[in-house]
Design a protein around this ligand. Structure first.
Ligand code: GRG
Length: 352
């Protein structure tokens, strides 16, 4: 049985935090999420304490430098008064003076900034005015049919991923969301005949979108008093078909694919098993086969996990590969909260 290479993985994430390798150059505007995967990886490995104090101070300052606050009357929306909305970019601002109208916060930047501040020992909720501003930003990103848009610029993505990130942010920062029932209806409209969910209504069922649907459903239920204690099994239509579709994502190599007729990939070990874990049904998969796939096929010699066997590792697949192992209570790894994709110690009771 192959071993989990804890020390190599810790070294891998630390190296990336010091300097991302060349292939990440194109992702400069997404450094917030890259940082999140590294810090999540270290937290899963119980190694956050190994980060030097000065690095923590510098990285908190960097995260905070991505904060954007704007007057609501600067956008074409019916928001009364001279209120501000607040959020975070996914990376540093590179705009020249005069181009501020394009310098907008993003839902993803805001969620992962909050996670990164938690990992680094800061309190993302320390500023009450900012909390009101982020709540307002979430309201502004809410669309008429209950879905969310990724930001307030024209052409922003509007789908179930954005809905999930808005709901996670609200749960983590204890903010109120509007039109919660409508967001639940939007999720329901994304379910397909096989039981899985697509990214938008009518889109092909996909494991990533299904994770977003089920995790959001769980978190939204907690926000509605009459649904609080209700099990997801009783709420989700075609529940057995959904389970069957999820279980069928596991392939003969022990890994998981994201949709029918596709190849296995490390991240789907997370999207599928995290969904089953939220539903309380992770016992339905072949746990040993899943573990062997990750440790034998995609765990890399230099630390980290790759998407598929033979490729270099990357921070997303490394963090999500470890998370998949942690879902099966690996004693070398931290306890986890799959709905928020965080370790249990950073999760509010509400999300568990
Ligand atoms: C980081 C926990 C966390 C959540 C953020 C952005 C987001 C919320 C979730 C994304 C969920 C999702 C859609 C994942 C799938 C990503 C992926 C590998 C897409 C690739 O699609 P294809 O068509 O791959 O290239 P397949 O495997 O279907 O051929």
């Amino acid at each position: 049985m192959p071993e989990l290479q804890v020390k190599k993985h810790i070294a891998y994430f630390k190296r990336n935090l010091m300097m991302f390798p060349q292939p990440y150059q194109e992702m400069d505007s997404e450094r917030m999420v890259l940082g999140y995967f590294c810090l999540l990886g270290l937290d899963l490995l119980k190694a956050l304490e190994e980060i030097r104090e000065q690095d923590k101070i510098d990285w908190i300052a960097w995260v905070r430098s991505c904060r954007v606050a704007k007057r609501c009357d600067s956008i074409d929306k019916d928001v009364k008064g001279d209120a501000y909305y607040v959020g975070y970019r996914g990376g540093p601002c590179t705009m020249t003076p005069g181009n501020e109208q394009w310098d907008e916060p993003m839902l993803a930047g805001t969620l992962f900034a909050a996670c990164n501040l938690l990992f680094l020992g800061d309190n993302p909720r320390s500023n009450t005015e900012d909390m009101k501003g982020i709540e307002r930003f979430l309201q502004l990103c809410l669309c008429e049919d209950g879905r969310y848009r990724s930001n307030l610029l024209p052409g922003a993505d509007e789908d179930i991923r954005q809905l999930y990130m808005a709901v996670s942010t609200a749960t983590l920062l204890e903010l109120k969301l509007k039109n919660v029932e409508q967001s639940l209806d939007y999720i329901k409209s994304c379910q397909r005949y096989e039981g899985g969910f697509g990214q938008t209504p009518g889109a092909e069922a996909h494991a990533g979108a299904t994770f977003c649907a089920i995790a959001s459903w769980k978190l939204l239920n907690k926000m509605i008093p009459e649904f609080r204690g209700k099990s997801l099994k009783k709420c989700i239509p075609h529940y057995d078909r959904l389970l069957r579709w999820l279980v069928f994502r596991q392939q003969s190599d022990g890994g998981f694919n994201g949709r029918t007729q596709k190849l296995t990939d490390t991240c789907y070990s997370f999207w599928v098993q995290a969904t089953l874990s939220i539903l309380g049904e992770i016992h339905l998969v072949e746990a040993n086969a899943s573990r062997n796939f990750l440790l034998e096929q995609t765990q890399h010699l230099i630390g980290g996990f790759s998407k598929v066997h033979g490729e270099y590792p990357d921070v997303l697949h490394s963090a999500l590969g470890l998370f998949s192992l942690a879902l099966h209570d690996d004693s070398k790894l931290s306890d986890v909260c799959p709905a928020l994709c965080l370790t249990a110690r950073f999760c509010p009771e509400e999300a568990k």
